[in-house]
Design a protein around this ligand. Sequence first.
Ligand code: ADP
Length: 225
Amino acid sequence: MIDFKHVTKNYEPGITALKDVNVHIGKGEFVFVLGHSGAGKSTFLKLMLREEKATKGEVIVNGYNLNKIKERDVPYMRRTLGVVFQDFRLIPELTAYENIAFAMRVTNIDEKEIKRRVPYILNIVGLAKKRDKLPSQLSGGEQQRVALARALVHNPDIVIADEPTGNIDPALSVEIMELLKAINSLGTTVVVVTHEHELAYKFAKRIIEIRAGQIIRDIDRTVAQ
Ligand code: ADP
């Protein structure tokens, strides 16, 4: 699924964002990547999405070696990942339904399939009744659920949530975690990137903690310690 093998990322000489990181995330895991600001979490995420390339070492995601992948294959690799960005990145002029449908149209999925799949996904995230609302007519938590629904359109192997509690109320963060747990229980790997220790210790099965570009802890709580 996700393999980092001796991965180092230098943005420029003297700035090492990640240093000799080795990690394997397998199918069906529910993992938190935890660390303070500046620890290297965004770099970890960008390497996984191939927005950045490793300076040293190998990154392998869903069978794609991101050091060797051809530019034209990058969109296919990214479709195996569903990303929920911290700022949601919804299109303000489009309804909840249309935001999700749009993500399918840009990858040339036919209208019949869109009409079948969008209501199904809206239902999973509990937004069937809000399908015709614009983002501005939805609460922060609801907007996040649209973003999550959109991340699910391609039936990704891995869902990645970047600081999912950053822009919502604390009570809603429990709700979104429950939703991610439900998605995980259907077999999808879930990776949550966050600086919130409390959240990680409350929900994670596994916590990978990064500090100053290195993994300082990797706790699997599904195995007796
Ligand atoms: P986090 O997401 O945990 O806050 P980042 O991965 O953004 O951490 O940053 C890790 C380190 O790399 C920090 O020291 C940061 O200043 C540096 N860094 C991140 N992006 C860049 C960049 N584009 N150019 C130079 N340095 C960067």
